[in-house]
Design a protein around this ligand. Structure first.
Ligand code: PLP
Length: 439
């Protein structure tokens, strides 16, 4: 049977794929309707099975920072494919890609490549537990670190979109080893460490949370929240894992660490372990975890922490990652920053004109729009927004040919391909969508 329309494909998919999708938020469950089945993409534009064109503000949830089917990236993958799809043995591309990350991000002395952000955070937890010989992990409500059993409690992203407290199928003993605190709550962190500091292996945090919408870490008494976490963890013999799967090489050239972690100054602080994904694979499946050499030295075969992968360091993925990094020079970050600022202004103007309460929050070049008046500093705040207004806005934008994340809890992703003419198309769609949100 051949089906061509999105509706037909979705009907077929629902017969054989749970909810018709391979990742929950793609099902449009919280906004309703049929998700467009995509056929091809170029630059900032997508096409679906019904022949409709959209301006893309999802960017495959982050990796497509140079836009879709970027010629240099595609050529690098094509060239690599001609030399073999997978070796399961060392190859030069792994070294080059890892050297690039190490050169950009001060705290990363060594890095190991995996196949997803989930694998990266899962492996980082294992290293932290082995290094400290402790079990407990601290995470923050609204932070998403992939679908790792231990990290699903009160997670953002799809877990937030579907208002799930966590996930069925996670054992009670796993859940017991995870303590969830409100994001940004220094008193709660201090109180937990005062009471249970000797049990805690690590704090894991998004460097700048972006999976409950963008909620940047705030300073208090001149000390940034991430630095505070690092100092508190270290005072109790625990580690800090900074998750830059989403912010890495997007928030700035060095990721969010480039925004709030001044290396090489008296003021320096550093996470012990960091995790990456998305941008470093340029659209192919890659994740990575790294950090202090003494900690990474615990990995097998030299050390006792087992971690492995048939496709880890895959030559196509490392080629796509390197070609993406090659495109991410200073000018690219200027372009990204400028596209992001222009879009924020356009959205703010349209929503203000239509009288729709909103607040736009940023972390480097990342941003998101909350449909509420007051700033959002926690998951509780993020949940307290007008998701019905977002849904009306989302569908009006989609009808007008702009593909937004189908959830009020996600960042909006621009790319270097979001040129003035692309932004003009978004500008044309905004007034109608803002009116729909207000209705
Ligand atoms: N960590 C963060 C901060 C993420 O945003 C994500 C995915 O969105 C992950 C981890 C999981 O990455 P993946 O979906 O590649 O498993």
């Amino acid at each position: 049977m051949t089906s061509t329309s999105s509706a037909d494909l979705f009907a077929r998919a629902q017969q054989v794929i749970p909810s018709g999708v391979n990742s929950p938020v793609r099902a449009f469950g919280s906004v309703g309707g049929t998700p467009p089945f995509l056929t091809d993409a170029k630059g900032a534009l997508l096409h679906d099975a019904d022949g409709k064109e959209y301006v893309d503000l999802v960017g495959s949830w982050g990796p497509m920072i140079l836009g879709h089917a970027n010629e240099q990236v595609v050529e690098a993958v094509r060239e690599a494919a001609g030399r073999g799809l997978s070796f399961g043995a060392p190859q030069a591309g792994e070294v080059t890609l890892v050297e690039e990350v190490v050169s950009r991000v001060g705290p990363v002395e060594q890095l190991r490549l995996v196949n997803s952000g989930t694998e990266a955070t899962m492996s980082a937890l294992r290293v932290a537990r082995a290094a400290t010989e402790r079990d407990v992990i601290v995470k923050f409500a609204g932070c998403y670190h992939g679908h790792v059993d231990a990290l699903l409690a009160e997670a953002g992203s799809g877990v937030a979109t579907f208002a799930m407290p966590g996930s069925a199928g996670v054992t009670a003993s796993t859940a017991r080893d995870t303590v969830v605190l409100p994001y940004g709550d220094r008193d709660a962190v201090a109180a937990l460490f005062a009471e249970r500091g000797s049990e805690i292996a690590a704090i894991i945090t998004e460097a700048a949370p972006a999976n409950m919408g963008v909620v940047p870490p705030l300073e208090a008494d001149g000390i940034g929240f991430n630095r505070f976490l690092s100092e508190t963890a270290h005072a109790h013999g625990a580690l800090l894992i900074s998750d830059e799967v989403l912010t890495g090489f997007r928030a700035s050239r060095e990721g969010y660490y480039g925004v709030d972690g001044p290396t090489g100054t008296d003021d320096a602080w550093a996470p012990d372990l960091m995790t990456f994904g998305k941008v470093i694979g340029g659209g192919l499946p890659v994740g990575a975890f790294g950090g202090r050499k003494d900690l990474m030295g615990l990995l097998a075969p030299a050390g006792p922490v087992y971690q492995a992968g048939t496709l880890s360091g895959n030559p196509l993925a490392t080629a796509a990652g390197m070609a993406t990094f090659a495109g991410l020079d200073a000018a690219a970050y200027e372009t990204l920053g400028s596209a992001s600022r222009t879009l924020q202004q356009l959205v703010a103007d349209a929503l203000t004109t239509a009288g729709v309460p909103h607040v736009i929050q940023t972390a480097g070049t990342l941003f998101s729009v909350f449909f509420r008046e007051e700033p959002v500093t926690s998951y509780e705040d993020a949940k307290n927004q007008d998701t019905a207004a977002f849904t009306r806005f989302f569908h009006a934008m989609l009808d007008a040919g702009v593909y937004l994340p189908p959830s009020a809890f996600e960042a909006w992703f621009v790319s270097t391909a979001h040129t003035e003419s692309v932004l003009d198309r978004i500008a044309a769609a905004l007034p109608g969508a803002a009116k729909a949100a207000a209705s």
